[in-house]
Design a protein around this ligand. Sequence first.
Ligand code: HEC
Ligand code: HEC
Ligand code: HEC
Ligand code: HEC
Ligand code: HEC
Ligand code: HEC
Length: 341
Amino acid sequence: MHNSQNGAAVVASIDAPASGGKGPLAHLLRKDCVGCHTNSVDGKTMVVSNGTTYPIVFNTHVPTENVLAGGNFYWVAQTGGDAFGHNVYPIAGVDQTLSRAPGSITCAGCHTSLATSDTGCTGCHNSVRHHGTVRYPNPENASSGWYRFLSAPEDTDHTGVGGAPVLGIEDPNWEHNADASHHNVYYGGVSGSNEDTASPESMGKFCAGCHLGFHSNGATFSAGGVNVNNGSGAPGNPWLRHPADFAIPTVGEYGDIIGTSYDPTVPVGKPMTTDSGPAPDSATGNTVQAGDTVICVSCHRAHGSPYADMLRWSYSEMEINTTGAGAGKGCFKCHSQKDGK
Ligand code: HEC
Ligand code: HEC
Ligand code: HEC
Ligand code: HEC
Ligand code: HEC
Ligand code: HEC
């Protein structure tokens, strides 16, 4: 009640947004984000306590069941683990290799590092509304915190620089046991449109808010150039970087796979009826084929993974003509004729 017992503080705040990261936690809470979303007992990634189910994003023991959709911070927390996830306060110290988000602008704080005490979880989860009004399946408004509480910072410091909240449809157990018909639906934007202006609420554009240069319509950044190289001002062949937020063709090698069955190990973005809010029926049906997009999270986990660069699968298994463990997975899910088939 007073954050005081026998004259000493009860909780040492590590992440209290309302008090700038210092002092007791907001809302009289005893635990912060990491406190509630960590499992330090075993490798389970969903924990039920007193009837409440906690989605676990950080296990201090190696996860022994499926990681949730965003992955897990376990690997980035290990010594030498920098490349395996976002270095997030207070789980992992500042990344020793990357001095800012690759592909990004430089501005102190979240674009430079998420491992400082004023950033952390709330560098990305900028609209946390655990008690929002309409939580599932598609919390498409501010009072419900948008998709997984993801948005640009709501404080006025960020006003005028753009950025948007994220739309999407939430799997009720965070893809703990996802399959072709139980999974999140990532909003992929309006196919063929300019993501920056027409569909800023897509998941791909959210990542690109901090990694601007790595998506199709990204602005130039210091590493030079964007994907636009075909003279028309539109993204396309020949590619300079792997496309992201780009419609997957329905013909050729892509036609073999895309649209037939959704694979949560290689998710794609889905078009939704309007940009002001996804239409649940058309989106959850997942019948839309033309317009599926390759997005950042087709290849990456948002939090971290057992693979370098937070990939969803082992890059070293992605050998051309392989009939081994990587066949049909990862890259070959889309580039379905490049493995040993
Ligand atoms: C008191 C414990 C507690 C604290 C503190 C807490 N969470 Fe949660 N969080 C939960 C529980 C329980 C759920 C699952 C039930 C729900 O979605 O409300 C959850 C769900 C979530 C989700 C998934 C939302 C969704 O749409 O399914 C996100 C994202 C999240 N929390 C982020 C955060 C962040 C960021 C913080 C710190 C600002 C935080 N949480 C602090 C207990 C907590
Ligand atoms: C709020 C800003 C921010 C957002 C949003 C963001 N990132 Fe990052 N990202 C960073 C920063 C800062 C780094 C460099 C430090 C680090 O690795 O933590 C980084 C690093 C990375 C790395 C390299 C990891 C490594 O250490 O080698 C990958 C891959 C990545 N981000 C992917 C993503 C994806 C995918 C998304 C969307 C789900 C995303 N990022 C959203 C800030 C952001
Ligand atoms: C770089 C941005 C970023 C940071 C930093 C970040 N998250 Fe997330 N988080 C995401 C994204 C994106 C998703 C949605 C993943 C998906 O649906 O694929 C997510 C999903 C979640 C979920 C729902 C479970 C799941 O995996 O879908 C919880 C809970 C959560 N985050 C908590 C946290 C906590 C706690 C922290 C700090 C320790 C944190 N996040 C830091 C981007 C971030
Ligand atoms: C609390 C974390 C945080 C801080 C601090 C922060 N940003 Fe951001 N910024 C974000 C996130 C998260 C996004 C991605 C939001 C989105 O696109 O939906 C973003 C996106 C952006 C974008 C891209 C917008 C777009 O439409 O593509 C710009 C530009 C930007 N920030 C500028 C800045 C500048 C300049 C500063 C320093 C004054 C700053 N930010 C500080 C979290 C932060
Ligand atoms: C088709 C798969 C794929 C897509 C889509 C993709 N990436 Fe990557 N990304 C990779 C691979 C593979 C690597 C590792 C490259 C290597 O090691 O040579 C990587 C590396 C990275 C890195 C680390 C760069 C560095 O300098 O260390 C960042 C950051 C990153 N990706 C962010 C993103 C963001 C943001 C998006 C969406 C705008 C995205 N990626 C889309 C496959 C992908
Ligand atoms: C979710 C689907 C998807 C995944 C996964 C994927 N790609 Fe792609 N890739 C595409 C699409 C779509 C294009 C653009 C096709 C076009 O321009 O017609 C593309 C284009 C490319 C190109 C450029 C080809 C050209 O003609 O310019 C290369 C190279 C490539 N991908 C390699 C990879 C590698 C390596 C991986 C794994 C790390 C990977 N892709 C994973 C969908 C995917």
